[in-house]
Design a protein around this ligand. Structure first.
Ligand code: C5P
Length: 219
């Protein structure tokens, strides 16, 4: 199968040297792409600005903003079997982006923002029989929000974690997640390295997608 995986933050520029972003390292998405390749699949990584080496065998497309990520995914989705959205997409962007550096004297302390598109919702009309998985990074018990996001974004699976608990979430090498599937199942994984979390996620996706797609080689 072909896995299309997003990773990292997006940057929403207000001028060439200033942007809104978040501390996502991209480790989880890169681990998912690497795990897909290890399991015998094809992987295309659509990555926001991160400083990670591309997993051997993955094709990487670098993007900057949420709109750039959406454009890249629209080009790639037709040939994909699975979409895993692990990118921490910025929900807002500056209403205007200046082509040249804004001078302090030109800024009045007010930054007008507009909503970014929700990438998963925008891609939903192109979903067909493809398997869509998302991540929900929450502070506190993530279950209610995760289930809401799975429903609202039309997902087959959502991987939820409490980013405020030790060893979880942004910029660390471990994660503890709960995996919710549209069939109502819930799997709680222990605190593990992100590479091990990714291997379990790929295996679960394969098991669920096997009925839909020929050629899945789950290990
Ligand atoms: O940011 P949020 O908690 O809504 O993210 C949940 C899921 O939705 C993640 O998989 C994320 O990659 C995706 N997302 C998206 N488009 C956005 C924001 C988030 O597809 N604008």
């Amino acid at each position: 199968m072909k896995f299309l995986v997003t990773a990292g933050p997006t940057r929403e520029h207000l001028d060439p040297v200033r942007f809104l972003s978040n501390p996502s390292s991209g480790k989880m998405g890169f681990a998912v792409a690497a795990a897909a390749i290890r399991a015998g699949h094809e992987a295309v990584l659509v990555a926001g600005p991160v400083s990670l080496r591309t997993p051997r065998g993955a094709r990487r497309i670098d993007v900057v903003s949420a709109c750039g990520m959406l454009d890249a995914l629209k080009r790639e989705i037709a040939s994909a079997d699975v979409l895993v959205m692990s990118a921490a997409v910025a929900d807002w962007r500056p209403a205007e982006c200046s082509a040249s550096k804004l001078k302090k004297s030109e800024m009045d302390g007010v930054l007008r923002l507009v909503r970014n598109p929700d990438i998963l919702q925008s891609l939903h009309p192109l979903k067909g029989s493809r398997f869509f998985a998302g991540f929900a990074a929450e502070t506190g018990d993530p279950e209610a929000e995760a289930l809401r996001k799975m429903r609202d974004k039309g997902l087959d699976m959502i991987i939820a974690n409490d980013v405020s608990s030790p060893g979880c979430g942004f910029a660390v090498s471990t994660n503890r997640v709960s995996v919710y599937c549209a069939d109502g199942s819930r799997t709680d994984l222990p605190l593990m390295r992100k590479s091990a979390v990714a291997a379990r996620i790929v295996k679960m996706i394969c098991a669920l997608a096997r009925g839909r797609e020929a050629g899945c080689r789950s290990r």
